[in-house]
Write a new protein. Structure first.
Lengths: 135, 401
């Protein structure tokens, strides 16, 4: 795979024998590449399911979902009177805020494997919020 | 520039720590120098490195405030280390900290909490809901190396919580709705980025985001976007004229009538003439190029990949625009594309590809959003290194004089 061009402006990068010098090449190639999590060089990385670890986080998740439902209802009602009123704008903005907060929590748990209560619960494992959530 | 006393000793090739009391009482400065005594009566070479904080400030404007945790992760991972919430603090903190970077969510500068905004009838997008004086003071303080007690806006409760202590980092990223709204804050930014999502893509993304929630339906998602649009257009959108780089996300042109928003056309609009920032280019800087890498050497699956590169003007500024439409399916497509791009500011061949692979499971990893976010990350690293080098040589030159 060598790029050939006669123009002086092209940056000719040397093709090394291994394209990624500092990492082991991925074990999977082909269209699976972007769907399979690459293995770390040392040992296996556990793929944690996208659920909360602590009871407190689970409660936050549920609270946010409830709030979305409530606020959508509220906004629909408020906007029936006047779609361009301030109250209508603010009501839908609240829906957006809570929807985004819900999605952020999901992203944190699913992609980043960070439970927001992680460091708090390490200091205070005996609190109710820090009970390990069991399905 | 602080005035300090320099002491000389008899020791050869040794290093000494000196603490001077600078004229300004706000910053601590440690001078670290090495005196090299030569045989001849040549003047000694003094290398003075100022170890005081040189914080580089980056602004990132995006709708839905601080939800760009995957963009942030890409940016911070270029510098190494994972960005995590502050340990032992408020679990609802929006701040992210890694070795080199601290990311602050500008929602923390809301002057009105959720109840307050409801009472006054303003959305979070409205400048009236934000304390720009405090934002300016604290960003300025952090930039000068002073720690601040920053408020926390809790997105779950909608309240303003007790502040958290933020130490000045090497790189401070302020992300949110209004990083470039206030002129004074704009002046503090060393680099700014605006993430410009088109309406169709926004709609498609919000459907993906919200449809699983039991409260939402297509109608509610649409209504929410429509209701916020006037404030968005009035207050947020105009910031893009100030950005050094705009990442514009549009629906693909490769698939007729595509409305799923899965294949994207992404444009990286880079301002010309920005200090320490050299735009990425394709093949020949300043020319107009249209490039389809898929062909004899590279086979791609449908709908393929198409690149465009051209100079343009954007809000009366000269810009260079690099555009990618389509998506990557395989590792070799990504490397092939990387090997044809110039001015990437990468440190080794394949660095962009490696960074993309590190976060292969993040959304956008197979298209222009992930690619350009990664490239912007490398550009910021390059800018940071140049800024630091520049600030380090200035005091040394002053000492030699």
């Amino acid at each position: 795979m060598s790029a050939t061009a006669s123009h002086g402006g092209v940056m000719m990068l040397p093709s090394p024998s291994r394209p990624l010098q500092h990492q082991r090449p991925p074990t999977v190639t082909g269209s699976d590449m972007f769907r399979v999590r690459r293995k770390e060089p040392r040992g296996l990385r556990l793929v944690v399911a996208a659920t909360a670890k602590y009871k407190g986080t689970k409660m936050r998740e549920e609270k946010l979902s409830e709030m979305i439902e409530e606020k959508v209802k509220e906004a629909t009602e408020v906007c029936e009177a006047d779609v361009r009123s301030e109250e209508c704008k603010v009501a839908w903005d609240e829906v957006e805020e809570v929807s985004q907060a819900r999605a952020d929590l999901r992203i944190k748990l699913k992609f980043l494997n960070q439970d927001p209560l992680e460091s708090f619960c390490q200091e205070n494992p005996e609190t109710d919020e820090c009970r390990i959530y069991e399905d | 520039m602080a005035v300090s006393t320099i002491y000389s000793t008899q020791a050869l090739n040794s290093t000494h720590f000196l603490t001077s009391s600078p004229s300004s009482s706000t910053s601590k400065q440690v001078f670290f120098y090495r005196r090299h005594q030569s045989q001849t009566n040549r003047r000694f070479n003094t290398i003075i490195t100022c170890a005081a904080q040189q914080t580089v400030v980056i602004g990132l404007a995006a709708d839905s405030g601080c939800g760009k945790s995957t963009f942030m992760r890409r940016l911070t991972s270029v510098f190494g280390g994972a960005a995590e919430p502050p340990k032992g603090g408020n679990p609802d903190s929006n701040t992210l900290i890694s070795d080199m970077t601290t990311v602050i969510c500008l929602d923390d500068y809301h002057s009105l909490d959720r109840t307050g905004r409801k009472e006054k009838g303003v959305t979070a997008l409205d400048p009236r809901a934000n304390d720009f004086d405090l934002m300016y003071e604290q960003v300025k303080a952090l930039k000068s190396g002073i720690a601040v007690e920053k408020p926390i806006y809790n997105h779950v409760t909608g309240l303003l919580d007790a502040p958290e202590l933020i130490q000045p980092p090497k790189i401070l990223v302020i992300e949110g709705l209004h990083p470039m709204f206030d002129e004074r804050v704009r002046e503090l930014l060393d680099f700014s980025i605006y993430l410009d999502i088109s309406n169709e893509v926004k709609f498609a993304w919000k459907i993906q985001r919200d449809m699983a929630e039991r409260g939402h339906s297509l109608e509610s998602i649409k209504a929410s976007i429509e209701a916020r649009k006037p404030d968005f257009d009035a207050f947020i959108d105009p910031q893009k004229q100030y950005a050094d780089a705009v990442i514009e996300v549009l629906p693909t042109q490769l698939i007729p009538d595509d409305n799923e928003g899965k294949v994207l056309r992404v444009r990286l609009i880079m301002k010309e003439g920005v200090k320490y920032f050299s735009p990425v280019y394709l093949f020949d800087e300043g020319s107009t190029i249209s490039w389809i890498p898929c062909g004899r050497k590279l086979t791609c699956s449908y709908p393929g990949i198409k690149f465009n590169y051209e100079p343009d003007t954007y809000f009366n500024h000269e810009v260079s625009v690099l555009e990618m439409d389509g998506q990557f399916d395989r590792l070799d497509e990504l490397i092939y594309v990387e090997s044809h791009l110039s001015n990437l500011s990468s440190k080794f061949y394949g660095e962009v590809t490696q960074q993309m692979l590190k976060h292969a499971d993040f959304p956008g990893s197979n298209n222009g959003t992930g690619l350009f976010q990664t490239i912007v990350g490398l550009k910021i690293r390059d800018l940071y290194e140049q800024l630091i080098a520049n600030k380090a040589t200035a005091p040394a030159e002053a000492a030699k004089a």
